[in-house]
Design a protein around this ligand. Structure first.
Ligand code: ADE
Ligand code: ZN
Length: 318
């Protein structure tokens, strides 16, 4: 039987979770009411059913519906505070929140400064109760033009960088693999901010190589596609680049066909540094402890193996 209480007791970090994707059914309904917007379903069960996807495009459409419901600093504070508390109940001592910065700025016409300040308020409120640490990773959405993303990220770079630990990239993948975004990563590095990127989620090892070599990514979100190319696996291992793997997300978005097809066990066998994460937990009906349970089952882990995953997550914090 899965040693859930043992895993809860392990100090852990969660390094790959989207703040927008932590909005659960009651919070979504509260936000819709607050803004006088028709919610996608009228009650909590309906919203939970709405958290069902036939693939990545349908997921992104619904994800961006939630992006559009987060408007005021209080909305962001509420989401951040609630998720840190939820994570605390699972023994999570540190959370790094991805935030779809260019989505809020370019698609919703919002300014970054109040978003940042709201998130920081919410994180500080929770942390005062729980003692957790936290970081923010403003993300580029690569379906938007690179020049517009650069301008939006300039808002990030010129505002208070309190709590900002890196920049990232996540979203629709088609136009992603272009050097047009490289200068944004260079700008971030010049300010002392490392880069991370979603890569090898639905795509293959080339994406992971590109994220490392062109963007200078120091951590990869997902990275499961890396297993298609031994050279890219070597690159991850030699440089000690961690992959923040989300097994429940991969199943829910059909990034893998089945649990049996998931490369998690092969990643561990190859010596890749893996951290477990939830991505968008209510949307995928999952929690960090559920992700540890999947890893336990799929990789036949004992307590040492589970502890190693928790330790990896603490070591890979930014
Ligand atoms: N944004 C939120 N979840 C994501 C995922 N799984 N892949 C890419 N972008 C995302
Ligand atoms: Zn993600």
């Amino acid at each position: 039987e899965f040693p859930r209480e043992f895993v809860r007791s392990l100090p852990k970090a969660e390094l790959h979770v989207h703040l927008e994707g932590t909005v659960d059914a009651p919070t979504l309904l509260a936000l819709a009411e607050r803004h006088g917007v028709e919610p996608p379903a009228s009650d909590e069960d309906g919203v939970r059913e709405w958290f069902t996807f036939d693939g990545f495009p349908m997921f992104l459409e619904r994800y961006f519906t939630i992006v559009g419901l987060l408007r005021d600093p209080d909305d962001f504070a509420l989401a951040a505070e609630r998720y840190l508390q939820t994570a605390h109940e699972q023994g999570v001592v540190h959370v790094e929140f991805h935030v779809s910065a260019t989505g809020h700025v370019l698609e919703n016409g919002k300014a970054w400064a109040p978003i940042h300040d709201g998130i920081v308020d919410g994180c500080r409120r929770a942390a005062a109760q729980t003692g957790q640490t936290w970081g923010l990773i403003p993300d580029i959405s690569p379906h938007l033009p690179a020049a517009d993303c650069a301008r939006a990220m300039d808002q990030v770079f010129s505002h208070d960088l309190s709590g900002v630990v890196a920049i990232g990239m996540g979203g629709p993948a088609d136009s992603w693999w272009t050097d047009d975004f490289t200068p944004i990563y260079e700008r971030a590095r010049s300010l002392g901010l490392p880069g991370v990127a979603h890569a090898g989620e639905h795509g293959g090892a080339d994406e992971v190589r590109f994220a490392i070599e062109q963007f200078g990514a120091v951590r990869i979100q997902h990275g499961i596609g890396a297993m298609q190319d031994p050279e890219v696996v070597d690159l991850l291992v030699e440089r000690g680049i961690a992959c923040d793997v989300c097994p429940g997300s991969n199943l829910a978005l059909h990034a893998v066909e089945s649990a049996e097809a998931h490369p998690l066990a092969r990643m561990l066998d190859a010596g890749v540094t893996v951290t477990l994460a939830t991505d968008d937990p209510p949307m995928f009906h999952t929690s960090l402890l559920d992700e540890y349970e999947r890893a336990w089952q799929w990789c036949e882990l004992d307590e040492d193996g589970l502890r190693r995953l928790a330790d990896n997550s603490l070591a890979a914090r930014l």
